[in-house]
Structure formats: structure tokens, C-alpha cells
Design a protein around this ligand. Sequence first.
Ligand SMILES: *Cc1c(COP(=O)(O)O)cnc(C)c1O
Length: 403
Amino acid sequence: MLVKSRLEDLAVFGAPPAFEEPLHVGRPNIPDRERLLTRFNDLLDRRWLTNGGSYLEEFEGRLAELSRAPHVVAMCNATLALETTVQALGWQGEVIMPSFTFIATAHAVRWRGLSPVFCDVDPQTHNLDPRQVEAAITSRTSGIIGVHVWGRPCAIEPLQQIAQRHGLGLIFDAAHALGCTSQGRPIGGFGDAEVFSFHATKVVNTFEGGAVATNSRALAERLSQMRDFGFAEEDRVSVLGTNAKMSEISAAMGVGGLESLPAWCDVNRRNYLEYRSQLGGLPGLEVIPYDDAEQNNYQYVVVNVDRDQAGISRDEVRDVLRAENVLARRYFFPGCHRMEPYRSERAESATALPVTEWLTERVLALPTGTAIGRREIEMTSQLVRLCWQEGEAIRARLSGPPI
Ligand SMILES: *Cc1c(COP(=O)(O)O)cnc(C)c1O
């Protein structure tokens, strides 16, 4: 690894990149290889590949334990898990949700023929602002979807009260929040249901996968029929279902991932603290904090860049880092409301989400996870500091013609 301390050392000025191999946000975590292959061999030997095998049962059982939700229904991804949950709850009309989320939250609702109504978020928590949620309720509203962005829990209690007061459903997109707590209680047991994702980039992955956690036995039973075409028993279909089953090889991967989760959270926490200490004191840069009184998975290290104070913009920092093979990512840029089909359908909402737009212009996720260590963090932080020192020259370089 090179030491970079001057302007000419930067790859955007023509120097070789700091890293030969790219550093990713959310490079997949791989559990213990030997145990994994033993499980894969076992399921191949038994020729039980999908449809409620023993690994699915074990994975769901372990998830229920971790999230302290009595019922867990695993599926092939979180998007279909959200969709089937919305359908199973009988929601219609409008669903209030943040625009500051991954596009799947909106698509899942829209794919069921409902309308997402985008609500602004709190500038500190990055999660739904309950007062604005209440203001967005109309006679057509049937539910609210809160998203635990970065794994930091939503304002759960106020949202529950609002849902109750107005007779609305409440679910949480907990794609980021496996292994996190709210006031000491694990994510998974709140609202009508919470939906986890086990996509390859999430803290625990099943290659692709998702799960619904719920306190309602009736909802869980309905969902487990819905994920299997609606079959209640052989030759009897009781409900409009789909194919959202999780395969055995995915479930076996998930069992290994849950075994490793505490160790991965430790690595993520160490990385987060390292970044915090390395990046401390830069004006206009905030490392988004986690509440140490709660359990967190620390899967995301996110900085907020205030261009006016920093003398350099989030996008310029990102360009500098990318040239060095540090693949820092904007999140959730440009916001769901600025993506299709929502952009064309509801053009007027584009101006009503000032905090969302402010965040999508400022937040940047830095590489972390088990593929990243102290050395990478030191170098990345050094590059970020160089951006602050040389902001003006970098801006001139990035916007002007080549020298
Ligand atoms: C990853 C993610 C999803 C989608 O999960 P899939 O399992 O890929 O379908 C939904 N919402 C949020 C907030 C996510 O981060």
C-alpha cells in the first residue's frame, strides 16, 4: 500500500490508486467454510433441496430466537417478503413510507397495486418522522412501513401509537437491522411484522433471502401458505399465493451466518470505532453515530458531508475515493420519489421532502465488514483527510479540463 500525503499522490491527479483490489461497501460475509460444506454435502446427500426442509426449519428457529419473535417465515428475498406481507394483511389504497430507503420498499407496495406515499425523515435519525406520518394519513391510508435505516431503530413507540389511533397496519422494513435492539428489545418483535433481508450485501446472507418475523400465528400461517403458491395442504390451495420459498442451500448458508453474526458484529464495531477515531475533528464531517446502549450490527459506516463547512462536496469525496479503488457509496440517492415510476406519477412530492433530499446529497457509506481491516481504514481515512486539506485544488481538478 502506498502512503499518500500530497495532492500529486492522488489517483485523480494521475497517481496509481491506493488499492489494487477494490474495497467494497457490503462485501459478502462468508461463514466457516468447513461447516458450510458439511451442511451442503448433507443436504445434497439427502436430496432435499427446497420445500420446508430441515435447514429451513433450523434457520427459522434460530431467527425466532434471535429476534424474540414467536413466528418467522423465511422467503427467497425481502422484496417478496414485504409484498406477501402487505397482501396477507389485506392492505389497500395508500401506504406511508420514507423515500429515504432502498427502492424495494416502494416497489413491493406498488407491485401489489397500492400507492406509496412518501414521507420525510428526521435529519438526526434518518428514519420516519412520526409527526409527518400522522399528517400524511388520509381516508385511503391502510398502513405504515417504517424502515430501520443503518439498523438504527425507527421511533417505534410513536409509530405504534399513531397506527393504533388511526386503525392502520404497521410493518417495519428491517433489512438493515438483524441483531439490533430498540430499548433492549430485539428488532423482529415490533408492529404487525418485521421483514429482514439476507441479500449478499447484508450482515448475514443466504446468497439471496428474506424473512418475516411476527407475533401473529395467523399471519405466519397465511404467509407460509402464500410463499408456497397458497397450498394449505396437498391438492388444496386456500389463498392467492406465489413462489417465494427459500431453498435449503440458502437456509444452510443462513444457519452458518447466524452462528458467525456475533463475531461479524464485533469486526464491524471495531471498524466503526476505528473510522470514528481516524476521522474525528474534520469540520463538516459527521460519522453517523450508533447508540452504544443498544445492540447494533454496525454494518454501515456512514458519513455526512457538509460541503460548506468541509470545502468539498460528498460527490467530490466519492470521486476521489473511487479513483483510489475505495468504492464508497451514496445512499439512497436520489431518493425513491426521484426514481420511476414514482417520479413521473407524483412529480409534486419532489419538493416536499427537504430532509430526504438533503440526506441524499450528503451521506456516503464507507467500506467496512470482514474484508476490511485497520490498514484499509487508515488509508481511506488518510485520503478523506487529504480531501479536506486540498478541497479547493481537488474541486478545480474534478470540474476543470485536464491539466
Ligand atoms: C436490501 C434491502 C431490501 C431488499 O432486500 P432483498 O432481499 O434484496 O429483496 C429492502 N429494503 C431495504 C432497506 C434494503 O436495504
